[in-house]
Write a protein of this length. Structure first.
Length: 401
C-alpha cells in the first residue's frame, strides 16, 4: 500500500434509520448523533423522516442523507402508520444492508415494514430504549404488552440493551436466545460534553432543583412538583426543561399547590449543560426508563442527583447510591426527603464523570457498527456500493436539511 495515500474508509455498510420528525427526545437526539458518527466512519447513512419540523433539525449532523416523506400535516395524528409506506419506498430505492430502529416506540414501524416486505426487508437491529418491565400497566394491558414483545421478537433480528443489567430482562421478556441480545452502553453524550467541573452559583440563597424531559406521563413530573411543593422554602425554585402534552395539566397542578411563583416550565432547551451546572440538584422522577440519557448528562456535569429507581440499570448507573440517591417510583414523600438531603451531601465529581465517560457516542458508535456488520453478512460491501449508485435520484427528489 502506498503510505502517501489516505486509508480507505474502514466501513462500507449502507445503514438506514427512521424518525418521525426533529421534535426533541432522547431517542431522537441519540439516533441523529449515531447516524453522524456512522457516516464519519465511512458508512452510507440514510435517515427516513416523516416530517421536517422540530428544533433538533438545528443539531442534526450534515453527513447523513435525510429522506423526507411528502408533506401531509394531518399525518401527525397517525405518524407511525404514515411512516410505513415512506420507509418501504426508501428501502426499495436505497437497498440498505441493515435497518436501525432507534427505540421501543419505533418498533411498530419496523414490524410492519418487515411483514410487508418479507425477505426483501434488510435485517433489523432495535435499540431497547425503555424498560420492558411495565409495572405501570393494568393486568390486561400487561398481557397485551407481553404478547406484543413476542411479536417483535419474531420479526426483529437483534435487540440491543443499553446496559448489562438489561440483558436478563430482555432475554426473558422477549423469550430470546442469548445470541439475539447484545449490550451497547447508551451513547447519550459526546466525549466533549465531559468538561472540567464548573458549578455556576445561582443568585440568592435558595436551592435550584432541575427536571429535564418530555412532559408526558412516563416522566411523572407531577410527582416531582408535589414533592417540591411539600418542602420548598420561599427562595427555592424548581425548573423543568421540556415540552409535551402534559403542560396544561402540570401548570394547573402548580397553581393548585400554590407554588406558581417558584416552579417554571421552561420548554425545550437545546443545550441543558448550563442548567445542569447551575442546579443544586438534578431530579429524575420517571415511572420507567431504559438508561436515561439525562442522568448521564448530570453525571458528566457533576450535578448532585436524585432519581427514582425506575429501571434495572439505575442502581448500577449510580453505583448503588454512591453517585446519587435512589427512591421508589411514585413515592412523593421519599423523593421530597431525598431532594432536601442532597445539597448537604458531598459528591465525587471525578467518579461521576468517569461513569459518564462509559456512555459516549465515540465508544458506542463503533460497537453498533460491529454488530451491524455481523448482522448484514458478507454481502454488505457489494450491496452498499450498489446502493450508492441508486442514491443520487433520492437526493434530488427528497432533498437534505
Amino acid at each position: 500500500m502506498d503510505p502517501s495515500k489516505p486509508p480507505p474508509p474502514r466501513r462500507s455498510l449502507a445503514i438506514m434509520t427512521y424518525l418521525h420528525s426533529f421534535q426533541p427526545g432522547g431517542v431522537e437526539r441519540v439516533a441523529l448523533r449515531l447516524a453522524g458518527a456512522w457516516a464519519q466512519a465511512g458508512c452510507q447513512v440514510s435517515v427516513a423522516m416523516g416530517r421536517r419540523d422540530g428544533p433538533l433539525a438545528e443539531e442534526a449532523p450534515g453527513a447523513p442523507r435525510y429522506l423526507f416523506a411528502p408533506r401531509f400535516p394531518p399525518a401527525v395524528a397517525f405518524e407511525s402508520v404514515w411512516m410505513v409506506p415512506h420507509l418501504i419506498a426508501m428501502i426499495r430505492r436505497e437497498r440498505p444492508d441493515v435497518l436501525f430502529c432507534a427505540g421501543n416506540t419505533y418498533a411498530i414501524v419496523a414490524v410492519l415494514v418487515r411483514l410487508l416486505l418479507g425477505d426483501r426487508c434488510p435485517p433489523i437491529i432495535c435499540k431497547v430504549s425503555n424498560s420492558l418491565d411495565r409495572s405501570d400497566f393494568t393486568p390486561w394491558m400487561g398481557a397485551l404488552y407481553r404478547l406484543w414483545l413476542r411479536v417483535q421478537a419474531r420479526h426483529i433480528q437483534l435487540f440491543v440493551g443499553l446496559a448489562e443489567a438489561m440483558r436478563p430482562e430482555l432475554t426473558a421478556a422477549l423469550n430470546l436466545p442469548a445470541e439475539r441480545v447484545a449490550i451497547v452502553e447508551d451513547p447519550a453524550i459526546r466525549q466533549k460534553d465531559i468538561q472540567p467541573y464548573r458549578p455556576v452559583k445561582t443568585d440568592g440563597d435558595g436551592r435550584l432543583f432541575l427536571g429535564v424531559g418530555r412532559l408526558n406521563p412516563q416522566k411523572d413530573f407531577g410527582l416531582l412538583i408535589r414533592a417540591f411543593a411539600s418542602f420548598a422554602q420561599p427562595q427555592d425554585r424548581l425548573v423543568v426543561l421540556g415540552e409535551g402534552p402534559e403542560r396544561r395539566r402540570l401548570t394547573s397542578l402548580v397553581e393548585a399547590l400554590g407554588v406558581a411563583g417558584q416552579v417554571e416550565l421552561v420548554g425545550h432547551v437545546a443545550d441543558t449543560a448550563d442548567w445542569l451546572r447551575r442546579a443544586d440538584v438534578f431530579v429524575l422522577s420517571s415511572l420507567y426508563e431504559g438508561v436515561p440519557a439525562v442522568v448521564i448528562e448530570a453525571l458528566a456535569a457533576g450535578t448532585p442527583i436524585v432519581a427514582t429507581d425506575c429501571c434495572v440499570s439505575m442502581a448500577e448507573l449510580l453505583d448503588h447510591g454512591r453517585l446519587g440517591q435512589l427512591t421508589p417510583p411514585g413515592d412523593a414523600a421519599a423523593l421530597a426527603q431525598a431532594m432536601q438531603r442532597v445539597p448537604q451531601r458531598p459528591h465525587d465529581v471525578e467518579a461521576m464523570q468517569a461513569q459518564a465517560g462509559r456512555f459516549t457516542i465515540e465508544r458506542s458508535g463503533d460497537a453498533y457498527l460491529d454488530l451491524m456488520e455481523a448482522l448484514a453478512g458478507p454481502l454488505s460491501r457489494g450491496r452498499s456500493q450498489d446502493a450508492a449508485t441508486t442514491a443520487a435520484p433520492a437526493l434530488s427528489s427528497h432533498g437534505a436539511i
